[in-house]
Write a new protein. Structure first.
Ligand code: D41
Length: 678
């Protein structure tokens, strides 16, 4: 691409692309390029300009720091410029930063082996300057290009995290204090905002950063106020009437004393090794943080040393951002495939040209459902932005409309199931289209079998998806009951099935014959009947036959069973083929202890409500939940006055704080285990 053109042409092209992306991002809050792609363009431009200095012009995006101020707000010149922060994309770049810092300090005759660094998070928000005069918030401004930003005081004042008056309990309250930090939106708030946008049929924001930018740039502060923005400080601007603390970590402590929020996740580290440890630890916790970060920042802790190091162009030599691998990348959508799930739900899945994102190579992304595809207007051949955050399934954030091939057709759901050819229907008001084939449809049959055998259902060891594919495709197994007819011989005849693994599967099936009633009900895969409903049904009726013959009215007597769930249970057992499968399973020796019905679920946790927060030392969250529920307790998602216990693990956050505030009993995993065996 670039090779055919002259450097001058390439430079012009890059500037155009960057200017376009800036415009879309900063002015329209409508990103068209993922950050990593933008960084790549910028770097390419920087390299070309370094090689051909005669091509540098004042308008080049490398010659200014950020976007331009919008006309809607008054411009505000910063009393002290807001600098930019250099990036390191890997450990070698961090090492180079550290070497330069040590070098600079050695030249200034500072005796040292390791530099002391203040490590903190790099928030993915918007940099702002807050100016306090005589302790009162006098001005809030966006960073703009670093020299001039926008006066957004009215909006800043709506952010409850930002004090309108500094706390007088700090030792000294300066006459002028400028605080620099990031305004952002927490993930939870971002999701709520997008839900509201969807309900109003308005455009959704693609990430919390853009949502925060949109909120901060509202001309009506009441709208900003509704969006619950947050703020964390990271530094100082102009200051009068007080002296600066000797280190960055002291400065942050002092800001906290003045009432300014500073994120708790910070540390002082010795040398680069300590910094990299901090990076790894934060990377581990990234997904569970309530806000988005795109890296960490290392800063020489001593103010005196910071001053010795000084600046290069408009970035300090004493600080660097160590970025995480990008969670977004651009690639091409090569096709849309339809997957059929256990309940017949048809899910469009994007097939992508392989792309490295969030640390892995991604080739598929979920498109959720037909409406979602329409809303994002995703078409085959499109250039798309893919996002993979933590361990979640990759998804398509947006398409880049400028790069759409001509005549790309609008996506439509097929009218017939791609697996079995049955009709596809979509109930009014439902987002999901479904295959009407039921267990005639091989895809649904496979999913139903996998569900039946899954860990929390009958837990048949060794029955994986490859095996189920073969069993169904070759017509060996149609219903869960057929599984129990399998012998070692039939299994060993399949592809890639050694005698030993075949024997393991048969042994797994034999063990699965002994189960519990809740597991058995759950394993049947009745629509809308999850583990907890299965448990409630088992406790309420005691015996399977009582559930099978229950009317909808009787089912409605079960706690937490509403009309939709009652109807789907009754419908399931009214189908003779479902009753037959149940009979065949019992005939094949599947059994469980039956008990007398109980009004309330038994167990010592009956009527107790738990909330689990943080990472428990040994139990997975879902296991802890199942153990509590098995003992008759309930597990809720949020803390309230109705909560009896909060089970707190490592890095428990706001839920723990709320529990403390409400005086709820807080226990750890060990105490939970004790309660369970009592
Ligand atoms: O959390 C951040 N985004 C963050 C941004 C941070 N933790 N520290 C920062 N430090 C600086 C210097 C060292 C230049 C005072 C920054 C930024 N700058 C920054 N944010 C936006 C542009 C620059």
């Amino acid at each position: 691409m670039a090779s055919a053109k002259s450097p001058a042409q390439r430079v012009r092209r890059l500037r155009d692309e960057i200017a376009q992306a800036d415009n879309n991002y900063y002015l329209l809050d409508r990103p068209t390029l993922p950050d990593a792609e933008y960084d790549r363009l910028m770097r390419e431009l920087q390299v070309l300009e370094a090689e051909h200095p005669e091509l540098i012009t004042a308008e080049s995006p490398t010659q200014r720091v950020g976007g331009t101020a919008s006309r809607a707000f008054r411009q505000s010149r910063h009393a002290a410029p807001m600098l930019s922060l250099n990036n390191a994309l890997n450990e070698a770049e961090v090492a180079a930063f550290d070497a330069r810092a040590r070098d600079g300090l050695a030249r200034a005759r500072e005796e040292l082996n390791e530099v002391e660094y203040a490590c903190e998070l790099k928030f993915d928000g918007l940099a702002v300057n807050l100016r306090y005069e005589n302790g009162e918030l006098a001005l809030g401004a966006t960073r703009g290009d670093g020299a001039v930003g926008e006066d957004v005081t009215a909006n800043i004042r709506t952010i409850r995290a930002i004090p309108l008056r500094l706390h007088a309990r700090a030792r000294v309250v300066p006459t002028v204090l400028e605080v620099r930090g990031e305004v952002m939106m927490f993930k939870r708030e971002f999701e709520r905002l997008n839900e509201r946008q969807r309900a109003k049929d308005e455009r959704e924001y693609s990430n919390p950063r853009n949502a925060a930018a949109g909120a901060l740039r509202q001309l009506d502060p009441r709208i900003t106020a509704e969006r619950s923005l947050r703020f964390f400080a990271y530094g100082l601007g102009e200051m009068q009437g007080a002296s600066e603390p000797p280190t960055h970590s002291d400065l942050l402590d002092w800001l906290v004393a003045l009432g300014i929020p500073v994120a708790r996740e910070r540390e002082v580290a010795n040398g680069i090794a300590g910094c990299l440890q901090f990076y790894q630890a934060v990377a581990q916790r990234r997904a569970s943080l309530p806000y988005e970060i795109d890296g960490v920042v290392y800063r020489v802790n001593s103010r005196a040393q910071q001053q010795l190091l000084g600046f290069v162009s408009r970035a300090p030599r004493f600080a660097i951002a160590h970025k995480f691998p990008a969670q977004e990348a651009v690639t091409q959508l090569v096709g849309i495939e339809i997957q059929v799930g256990r309940t017949g739900a048809l899910t469009p899945v994007a097939r992508l040209a392989p792309v490295f994102v969030g640390g892995v190579t991604v080739t598929n992304a979920t498109l959720h459902n037909e409406d979602e595809v329409r809303r994002k207007d995703v078409r085959i051949g499109d250039t798309v932005i893919v996002r993979r955050a933590g361990d979640v399934i990759p998804e398509i954030v947006a398409v880049v409309p400028e790069r759409r091939p001509p005549n790309a057709p609008i996506f439509t759901m097929p009218a017939l199931c791609p697996v079995c050819g049955s009709h596809v229907y979509r109930e009014e008001g439902e987002a999901v289209a479904r295959c009407t084939g039921g267990l005639v449809c091989a895809a649904q049959r496979k999913q139903a079998l996998l569900h039946f055998a899954s860990r929390r259902a009958l837990d048949v060891e060794g029955l994986g998806d490859k095996l189920v594919d073969q069993l169904v495709d070759q017509g060996v197994v149609a219903t869960p009951a057929d599984l129990f007819k399998l012998g070692v011989g039939a299994l060993a005849a399949l592809d890639r099935m050694a005698e030993k693994s075949a024997a393991n599967v048969v042994a797994g099936l034999a063990r699965a014959r002994t189960t519990t009633l809740p597991r058995f009900i759950y394993a049947l895969g009745i629509r809308n009947v999850g583990e907890s409903t299965a448990r409630d049904l088992a406790h309420h009726f005691g015996k399977l036959d009582a559930i099978i013959s229950a009317t909808e009215d009787e089912l409605l007597q079960v706690s937490d069973v509403g009309p939709i769930v009652a109807a789907s249970i009754a419908r399931f057992f009214s189908e003779s083929h479902n009753r037959e499968v149940v009979e065949q399973l019992r005939a094949a020796g599947v059994h469980w202890p039956e008990s007398a019905p109980t009004r309330a679920p038994p167990g010592r946790f009956a009527t107790k409500t738990f909330v689990i927060t943080g990472t428990l030392p040994t139990l997975k969250r879902e296991d802890a939940k199942a153990m509590i529920e098995d003992a008759g307790g309930k597990v809720a998602g949020s803390v309230s006055t109705k909560t009896d216990y909060v089970v707190a693990g490592e890095d428990a956050g706001s839920k723990l704080a709320k529990a403390t505030a409400l005086g709820v009993t807080i226990i750890d995993e060990a105490q939970l285990q004790k309660l369970l065996v009592q």
